[in-house]
Design a protein around this ligand. Structure first.
Ligand SMILES: Nc1ncnc2c1ncn2[C@@H]1O[C@H](COP(=O)(O)OP(=O)(O)O)[C@@H](O)[C@H]1O
Ligand SMILES: Cc1cn([C@H]2C[C@H](O)[C@@H](COP(=O)(O)OP(=O)(O)O)O2)c(=O)[nH]c1=O
Length: 212
């Protein structure tokens, strides 16, 4: 009964190196222990087509509109073929990034028109069940310099990770604006803390929302 109103579609947001992937894995494990069926997925990606678009998006230079359109094309395929069916089956969907990332990276980071992004958001996220939005978004907030230090040497930077610190300052500010605009949906996680401290915050939010 407790899980009846629990959020089913949970997105993880924040700049590269904030710690999203680390905590998605832990939350998935915790939810499975609580008896939930969990789908872990990511954007751009999550379907064969969207993963091919991801390769292009993360490697190829392109103008901001092309980038935004490909992000939303990947999202539509992912939403229709994976997210909606999983939610319809009562699964919990944990998604590494969603549309807040498009606003933060393409909108605030690249300076692309936010009104156009809002239009694309409505088109792409409207399905047979209405306008799909995450039930809960965990925003891993960390200063860009801290995230960059975590990533240094951890992996080969892709097109976005190779952007200068000033880009990530704009993206981080974009996430803050998105969070302020949807306080009931977006929960800020202080991602500067160590892994145990960050997990304690995630755990507390999920417990409060009746997830176990
Ligand atoms: N709270 C933390 N403190 C220190 N290092 C962390 C923390 N969370 C994650 N890391 C490390 O930082 C790097 C990036 O973490 P990751 O979870 O891949 O971030 P993201 O998915 O947000 O890009 C990894 O090497 C990970 O082990
Ligand atoms: C979903 C999405 C991601 N991105 C970017 C942010 C990331 O730098 C990149 C891939 O995201 P991510 O999966 O977090 O990369 P990694 O697995 O290397 O941590 O795509 C956008 O610019 N817009 C979007 O809408």
């Amino acid at each position: 009964m407790k899980t009846k109103h629990a959020p089913l579609f949970i997105t993880f947001e924040g700049i590269d190196g904030a710690g999203k992937s680390t905590h998605i894995a832990t939350l998935a494990q915790r939810l499975r222990e609580a008896g939930r069926t969990v789908r872990v997925t990511r954007e751009p990606g999550g379907t064969a087509l969207a993963e091919r678009l991801r390769e292009l998006l993360l490697q190829e230079p392109m103008d901001a509109l092309t980038e935004a359109l490909l992000m939303f094309a990947a999202r539509r395929d992912h939403l229709v073929r994976v997210i909606e069916p999983a939610l319809a089956a009562g699964e919990v969907v944990l998604c590494d990034r969603f549309t807040d990332a498009t606003f933060a990276y393409q909108g605030y980071g690249r300076g692309f028109d936010l009104v156009v992004l809002e239009t694309l958001e409505r088109w792409v996220q409207t399905t047979g069940t209405g306008l799909r939005q995450p039930d809960l978004t965990l925003w891993f907030d960390v200063p860009p310099a801290t995230a960059a230090a975590r990533l240094a040497g951890a992996r080969q930077p892709d097109k976005f990770e190779a952007e200068p610190l000033a880009f990530f300052e704009r993206v981080a500010a974009g996430y803050a604006r998105r969070a302020a605009g949807s306080p009931e949906r977006v929960v800020r996680i202080d991602a500067v803390q160590d892994v145990a401290g960050v997990w304690a915050q995630v755990e507390a939010v999920c417990r409060q929302r009746g997830m176990w």
